[in-house]
Design a protein around this ligand. Structure first.
Ligand code: NAD
Length: 260
């Protein structure tokens, strides 16, 4: 259902974003990948996706903390394809520390990447979506858009902020064939989660194994990680016509975490 449409997925060189990009390409969308990583590996990923799905795949190295690079990326996509039809705001990082020890540069980075980047990408991509009368904006928020955990002040603040951006823009676009939603995953096993385990162990005075079992999986009643493919399938559904009335929503996919 996405044939001849273009999906730009930020932070799609890894983890959830890559899964979402694969799902969009599987439905026929041309892709714009974005994110950091080894240049040779990214070029291979780009070529492999193009070959596997028979779609155009471009890569933008834009640093999503930089407004000028976001503007250049969206401008390039519009020059080549006309519009970003599906915008997925997904790039994000985490940092775990108590607030009184929280490094100010990490606060600034997380607010810029996990929150302001979505503001910039949305405001820049929206005019072309409005002209086409169709668009899908999806942000990877988190269960941390709905509830907090200690030692994640910047992340929780940014993800709660994304919930506000989502609801506001949904109201501003409701009559234009554009939907705006956020997906709120619980813990998904990706490099982002793996990397926070040592710091969480230090902050909580636990071993890394205890963190996995007693902190991470304890939050999820299912006692299982959510899978990348499950989050991607939900994102893909939000791009369908069947989902045209779903807008301004926060879609939990968290193994029951926020029900507790
Ligand atoms: P990941 O580390 O696998 O992927 C993060 C992606 O963002 C990578 O492609 C990375 O290169 C990119 N990135 C980092 N800094 C960037 C920058 N400045 N500019 C552009 N790209 C940048 O992590 P993930 O778990 O797949 O996370 C993706 C999103 O999902 C994040 O927003 C994260 O907060 C959210 N999320 C993850 C989980 C989880 O449990 N893994 C749960 C809820 C929400």
């Amino acid at each position: 259902h996405l044939k001849d449409k273009v999906a730009l997925v930020t932070g799609s060189t890894s983890g959830i974003g890559l899964g979402m990009a694969r799902a969009m390409a599987g439905a026929g969308a041309h892709l714009v990948l974005n994110g950091f990583g080894d240049a040779v590996a990214i070029e291979k990923l780009r070529a492999d996706l193009a070959a596997e799905f028979g779609v155009e795949v471009r890569y933008s190295a834009a640093d999503m903390t930089r407004e000028d690079e976001i503007a250049a990326m969206i401008g390039d996509v519009e020059k080549e394809f006309g519009a970003v039809d599906v915008l997925v705001n997904n790039a994000g990082v985490q940092h775990v520390a108590p607030i009184d020890e929280f490094p100010i540069d990490k606060w600034n980075l997380i607010i810029a990447l996990n929150l302001s980047a979505a503001f910039h990408a949305i405001r820049l991509a929206l005019p072309a979506m409005r002209r086409k009368g169709w668009g899908r904006i999806i942000s990877t928020a988190s269960a941390h858009a709905l509830v907090a955990s200690p030692f994640k002040v910047a992340y929780v603040a940014a993800k709660h902020g994304i919930a506000g951006v989502t609801k506001t823009v949904a109201l501003e676009t409701a009559e234009h064939g554009i939907t705006v939603n956020a997906i709120c995953p619980g813990y998904v096993w990706t490099p982002l989660v793996e990397k926070q385990i040592p710091a969480t162990a230090v902050a909580r005075g636990m071993t890394e194994e205890q963190v996995k079992k007693d902190v991470i999986l304890a939050a999820q009643p299912t006692k299982e990680f959510v899978k990348v493919e499950e989050v991607a399938a939900l994102a893909l559904f939000l791009t369908t016509e069947a989902a045209r009335s779903i807008t301004g929503s926060l879609q939990s996919i968290d193994g029951g975490w926020t029900a507790a």
